[in-house]
Structure formats: C-alpha cells, structure tokens
Design a protein around this ligand. Structure first.
Ligand code: IMP
Ligand code: MG
Length: 176
C-alpha cells in the first residue's frame, strides 16, 4: 500500500480543523454528530482539541460494499436531541457527497439552530451535490483510501496512516 498521509500529516490536518472550528464557534456550546463508522478515529482526535462545551452523538450510515457503492442506510437511533442547538456533523470523507447530503436533510428536519459539517478528506472531482463541507482538512486525488477510520470491507480502519488501496491489495485480500 502507498502511504498518502502519514501520522504527522494527519495530526497537522486535524489540528488545522480544530483551529478553524474553535475560531468559528468560540465559546458557544456545540453538538457534534459523528457519522459512524468511518469517523471514529477523527472524532476521538478532533474533539479533544475543541475548547467549547461539547455534546457528542452519532448516526450510523453505510454505503459501500467493497469499493462499489451499495444502497445508503441511516440509523439515527443513537443521535442526541439537536433542536435549537448548533450542530457540527463529522465524517471521514466527502466523496460523492450523497451520505452527508442525506444526513443533512434528515437533521435539518429536527430544527437545529445551525448545521455545518467537517471532514478529514474531500475526494477531488467526485461530488454529485452542489455544496461542500465548511471544514475540510485535506483534498485528495480520486483513489480508494483506507486507514485512520476508513475501511475496505470493514478492515484497515486501525491503520494509523492513510494509504491508497491498490488493485494488488484488493486481489491479495479477496484471495485470502
Ligand atoms: P459519499 O456518500 O460518496 O460522499 O461517501 C461517503 C462515505 O463513503 C464515507 O463516509 C466513507 O465511509 C465511504 N467512502 C468514500 N470513499 C471512500 C474511500 O476511498 N475509502 C473508504 N471509504 C470511502
Ligand atoms: Mg463513512
């Protein structure tokens, strides 16, 4: 696997995100909603760098089967009450944008005071929606990446770096 972002680069990216978020919200209380499962590592690292009073909740979505997209499902049973709150959605990657678009639509109906999103990665040239997250740590090329929370068939989320999954890796994986 080719390493795209090593631990130091990832940490600097998360630091940048945190600075921008701290600057935007100041001391205002914030409700974070992490999109599981890909955002777990980013959430853990990011929320410890945020300075305002925080509530943390999650929604779960899944859309990929291997490297192919399947139907999107959203499970919001574990989400906090977000009515009249400033809300920040956190996800690992903005690819087509469909996932955050659907979660955003769902959440807008619940009456938040404001709703923004923060992602670690934005895959260049892939978006099918006409907006982008307010906070983006890295723009990356159109390659399938794993590590730092991102998976291939639920594996590799624990890699401390971000790597490009190459055809040989996928082949090796499916043959095992
Ligand atoms: P979107 O709905 O196309 O924006 O895709 C967002 C979701 O797809 C992310 O939350 C990821 O879970 C997953 N995803 C998109 N691209 C990749 C990738 O390169 N590697 C692993 N997961 C990905
Ligand atoms: Mg995800």
């Amino acid at each position: 696997m080719k390493i795209l972002l090593n631990e130091k680069a990832l940490n600097e990216g998360v630091e940048r995100l945190a600075d921008e978020i701290n600057e935007t919200y100041g001391d205002k209380p914030l409700t974070i909603v992490g999109v599981l499962t890909g955002s777990v590592i980013l959430m853990a690292d990011l929320i410890r760098k945020l300075k305002m009073p925080l509530r943390v909740g999650v929604v779960q979505t899944s859309s990929y089967e291997g490297t192919e997209r399947g139907a999107l499902t959203i499970n919001s049973e574990m989400m906090l009450d977000i009515a009249d709150r400033d809300v920040l959605l956190i996800d690992d990657i903005f690819d087509t944008g469909n996932t955050l678009e659907e979660v955003t639509q769902l959440m807008k109906g619940l009456g938040p005071t404001s709703l923004r999103s923060a992602v670690l990665l934005l895959k260049t040239g892939r978006q099918l929606v006409d907006w982008k997250p307010e906070f983006v740590a890295f723009d990356i090329p159109d390659e399938f990446v794993v590590g730092y929370g991102l998976d291939f068939n639920d594996e590799f989320r624990n890699l401390p770096y971000l790597a490009c999954l190459e055809p040989a890796d996928i082949q090796g994986f499916t043959e095992v």
